[in-house]
Each structure stands twice: as C-alpha cells, then as structure tokens.
Design a protein. Structure first.
Length: 217
C-alpha cells in the first residue's frame, strides 16, 4: 500500500502542475490582445494620452478607439473616492471598438456618469460591436442615457435615470441586450427601438430595423 502511494504521488504532482500551466497559459492567451485603461481622474480632459499619472474617461475612450486591433478594458480607480462622479463638459466620444467598460475588476466602487454639464449630449454612445457596459450609473444627460448603433452590445447592472431622452435608445444593429438594469424617470421611453416612440405589438412580429424591432419592451 505504501509503495503504491509512493508511485502515484509523483504522477499526481506532475498532472497538477500540468493543469496549472494549462490554465495560466489559457488566461494569458485570452487577454493577449486586450488593452487595459484605468481612469484615475474625474477631470474631463484629453491631452491625447492615458497614463498612470493622468487618464480621464474621455482619454480612455479615445485610446480604446485608436487601437489597431484587439479589445479594451476600461476600469476606474480615482484614489479612495467612492462613489466616483464624472461630469463631462461636452459630449463624450462614441465608443467604436470592442470595449468592456465597468467600475473595476471587483466592482468595489460606484461610478456615476453625470451629464448635468455636458450640454446637448447622450450619455454613452455604443457605435462599435461587442461593447459591454457593466454596473455604471448614467444620469442627467439632455439626450438619451445610452444610444446604441452597433451590434451585439450589452448593458448589464446599470442604473439609468433623469435623462432628457430615452433611457436606452437602439437605432441600429442587432443582438443588443439589456440585463439587470434599472431604467426610470427619463424623458422618453425606458427602451426605444429605432428612436420613433412606442413600437406596435404585432401578432407575427415581422418587423425589421433595430434589434428586429422587438415588441415594445
């Protein structure tokens, strides 16, 4: 019995080490083409760079959009601030590349995007494909909280309120998803497909257009 255990132990250790190597390699490979930008200031500036000393949300979006290939992860860490309130003074650039935009890796801070000073603007414009917005609060924009023109974009765990237009307006694309998101007290519809108001609840639902113009949510 003891001899059998001695024989199996080296094999067990080898297989365990092989498994760890496989998992580590897989994780590294999956993130190989992902650029990480950490928003570390609430200022609304853009000097063309996003560094560890200064990276605004505007700069992070522009840097993500400028990537030649791959995707981007935009997260937030502004000292010990919690919540982090960012108030753009003009419309933010549309997001045109594949971006994961979330509070941080552990979702341990609250991030509020407040449009009180942004003029005639939508909160976030998702113009690329495969964009994910996670756990953000978007409020007080004159336009829509989120405007979607891309495909397969998703908004999860967000709170969207107090905007002059719709909470979420989908004007193009398909496969866009809204999940576990609270949308309330906006000037327009909570979710508006094609930006033309309420969509008729058809018997056969044969409409085309934004998200196939699903029946009125």
């Amino acid at each position: 019995m003891n001899q059998s255990k001695k024989l199996w132990r080296p094999l067990y250790l080898f297989l365990a080490a092989l498994f760890v190597l496989f998992v580590t390699t897989s994780v590294m490979a999956s993130g190989r083409n992902t650029a990480v930008f950490t928003v570390n200031t609430t200022a609304d500036e853009d000097d063309g760079y996003c560094t560890k000393e200064h990276c605004s949300l505007r700069e992070a979006i522009n840097m993500a959009n400028s990537l030649y290939s791959g995707s981007a992860f935009i997260q937030f860490k502004v000292g010990t601030l919690n919540p982090i309130v960012i108030s753009p003074t003009s419309p933010l650039p549309a997001i045109t590349s594949s971006v994961l935009l979330k509070t941080n890796v552990y979702d341990s801070v609250d991030v509020i995007l407040d449009g009180s000073l942004a003029g005639s603007a939508d909160g976030l414009v998702l113009a690329g494909d495969g964009i994910t917005v996670l756990n953000l609060t978007i409020q007080n924009f004159a336009g829509n909280g989120i405007l979607i023109t891309g495909n397969n974009d998703s908004v999860n765990g967000a709170a969207i309120s107090g905007n002059g237009g719709s909470g979420v307006q989908v004007v193009g694309g398909s496969g866009n998803k809204l999940s576990q998101t609270v949308v309330f007290a906006n000037g327009g519809l909570g979710v508006d497909l094609d930006g033309d108001g309420q969509t008729t609840n058809d018997m056969k639902d044969e409409d085309g257009g934004a998200n196939g113009r699903q029946n009125f949510p």
